[in-house]
Design a protein around this ligand. Structure first.
Ligand SMILES: Nc1nc2c(ncn2[C@@H]2O[C@H](COP(=O)(O)OP(=O)(O)OP(=O)(O)O)[C@@H](O)[C@H]2O)c(=O)[nH]1
Ligand SMILES: [Mg+2]
Length: 315
């Protein structure tokens, strides 16, 4: 590691926001030294509470994240926010909204907000988000809030890296419980029914309860349901309490460690897949690949043997 890098790391660990921004960019863009940086800071991580918040577009995730951040700041905790932008064309508006809200915290270095683009994410979205969270953790942020739109596997993978997953539902709007992806329902540690000022909040609650009665979680935790009106700050304290209660639950019987082992099992496989693919690609020039593809297309060679040869043997 060069001197520049160690300076960056010590500034980062001292909570310097400029160092933080630079370190995150390095990791996000996979710029020179990104993996050395992560290697060097990893030992300093694992202290932050990572909270993932997911829900349909427009459910009020950003508003809720904003309110939670304010509450944690009142408790003198430092906050890092990662907003993972949805791929939908509505993002433009959402990003603008986020920017406007960010002004509230503009003068407060205790809140650091990073928006991440889904497109052009070099290392895979879930992987990059995890790495950015690691950098925030290393910088000494007490709480890391990750906002994602709960639409696909990517989001499920992202929330998997969180210690606590909050799934946000809203009454009406056609995104009732049934239409929310089953995968997302299963990962909820806490349910929030936001926009409870609207009609139908009770119905959503009944639907969640009905689903919960069908399948119990293997750890015995029943995710609580918190009703909020994020835009008015209502129910935020209750949400924070629910988060604390789940944290205490995790502390018992080594559950936090068990959960972390499970998460790392998934993440290590992801990382291995990336690393091996990169190695294979490095060994194989583009020309090589198209030559092999041509040979397979012309049935001169079978693809199974080709892949085995590149991977260095039978699996
Ligand atoms: N009536 C009502 N409106 C709310 C509530 N919470 C948020 N909103 C409004 O809902 C709109 C969307 O809120 P956001 O926080 O941007 O929602 P989001 O889930 O982050 O949206 P995306 O990031 O685009 O998916 C905004 O106009 C908010 O002011 C609430 O509890 N009640
Ligand atoms: Mg948002």
């Amino acid at each position: 590691m060069d001197a520049n890098h160690s300076t960056l790391i010590s500034a980062l660990r001292n909570g310097d926001p400029r160092a933080l921004a630079r370190a995150i960019s390095t990791v996000e863009n996979r710029a020179t030294g990104w993996s050395d940086l992560l290697k060097a800071v990893f030992q300093h991580t694992g202290k932050a509470r990572v909270i993932g918040l997911t829900g349909a577009p427009g459910a009020g995730k950003s508003t809720l994240v904003d309110q939670l951040a304010k509450l944690y700041r009142k408790q003198d905790q430092t906050v890092g926010i990662i907003a993972v932008d949805p791929t939908s064309p509505y993002t433009g508006g959402a990003i603008l909204g986020d920017r406007i809200r960010m002004q509230d915290h503009f003068a407060d270095p205790g809140i650091y907000i990073r928006s991440m683009a889904t497109r052009g994410s070099l290392g895979g979205l879930a992987r990059t988000t995890a790495d950015v969270a690691t950098v925030l953790d290393a910088s000494g942020r007490d709480v890391i809030l990750i906002e994602t739109v709960g639409v696909g596997q990517d989001e499920v993978d992202i929330v998997r890296l969180a210690d606590i997953t909050v799934v946000i539902l809203v009454p009406g709007m056609g995104d009732d419980v049934q239409t929310i992806k089953a995968g997302i329902m299963e990962i909820a540690d806490i349910f929030v029914i936001n926009k409870s000022d609207r009609e139908g909040a009770e119905r959503v609650e009944r639907e969640i309860r009905a689903l919960q009665s069908l399948a119990m979680r293997h750890d015995g935790w029943t995710p609580p349901i918190v009703k909020t009106v994020a835009s008015e700050g209502e129910g935020i304290q209750e949400l924070a309490t629910a988060i604390t209660q789940y944290e205490s639950f995790l502390q018992k019987e080594n559950r936090a460690l068990k959960k972390s082992v499970e998460n790392w099992q998934e993440r290590l496989i992801d990382m291995l897949r990336d690393a091996m693919l990169q190695r294979a690609r490095a060994q194989m020039s583009d020309g090589n690949l198209s030559r092999l593809a041509a040979e397979v297309a012309e049935h001169k060679r079978d693809p199974y043997t080709v892949v085995e040869e590149i991977a260095g043997g039978k699996p």
